[in-house]
Design a protein around this ligand. Sequence first.
Ligand SMILES: [Zn+2]
Length: 370
Amino acid sequence: MEDASTLTPSPEGELAGCIAASSPGQALEAEARLYRLLAPRVRRYGLRHLRDADAASDLMQHVMVLVIERLRSGDVREPQRIVSFVLGACRMTVLEMRSRQARREALLEQHGELLAIADIAVEPRHDHERVAACLERLSERERSVILMSFYEERPAEDVAGTLGLSPGNVRVIRPPRHRAAARLRRRGEERGMSAHLEFDGLLAYWLGETDEASTSAIDEHLLGCDACGAQLDELIALARGVREALAAGLIGAFVAPAFVAALAQRGAKVREYRVPPGASVACGVAPGDDVLVARYPARLEGLQRVDAVVQTSLDAAERRLEDIPFDAASGEVVWLARLALVRTLPAHRIHVRLLAGERVIGRYTLDHSV
Ligand SMILES: [Zn+2]
């Protein structure tokens, strides 16, 4: 990754130079242009390092006020290297924000007048119904990996650990075959510019998998590059689409027990049924439920692959779900139901068989009432 700002004059550098060369307050147009250029990039930095939209907006406002003030007062020694200055300001501010909330608020108050130019572009959004439809077309394993990676923005190591996969396996599965993501990958490939960030690298960065040195290099690149910033925005929007689709009850997937615990910890009202093998359990949903989970205990040690055969009394057809993800150590298969669909169904009975090859390792029955 080369820092273009040291080679050729960048638009940011030129604007910064113009502000630094003018009397304070005499380069308002350059200030507004610099703000619009850098503010969205600083916000992305905040989203990645603070993981909170409000905090990221605060960071953006504080850093941009600081940058413009320092340029006005001539305190930026090399205005043409403004991106490096901004990176330093971002790092300092994140540290400060983590330790001193009160100071941040005071600064914002003090510089309220500059915030009026904060009309930056809105990030793209993915319709969560479309995200859900795309996830539905994936294999059971792919859907679980993407749901669990994006929902909590968890590194491959974590997701792998709870699904009995290797981290490498998770990374192979993970790049979403979602149409928008596929388009992104193509776009990146067409650009073919090694100076830009790879999609996979950006994804690893967003999920917190990159080491300190690469994180720092990517931070700096993103503060100077809108093309890669737009890719990151798409990724962030996709992650949000996954969370919204889940919240809307549109995703059905096998998940790790730890994932259900994390949902509950985030405040989701989880209704769950543990179905002992050979038994029949009555189930239903209440209006306030956010998540519906069925737990199927089974002896899973040593198994490489498990299939699930599902049949409901609503239609006679059996559906075989191949190679479902599971955490062998937990001794159970956990199914997260598509709640929005379940709510529309009349009373019915669900039969589930777990198979290792053709050997039945568990039979379960749920009697769903409305
Ligand atoms: Zn780039």
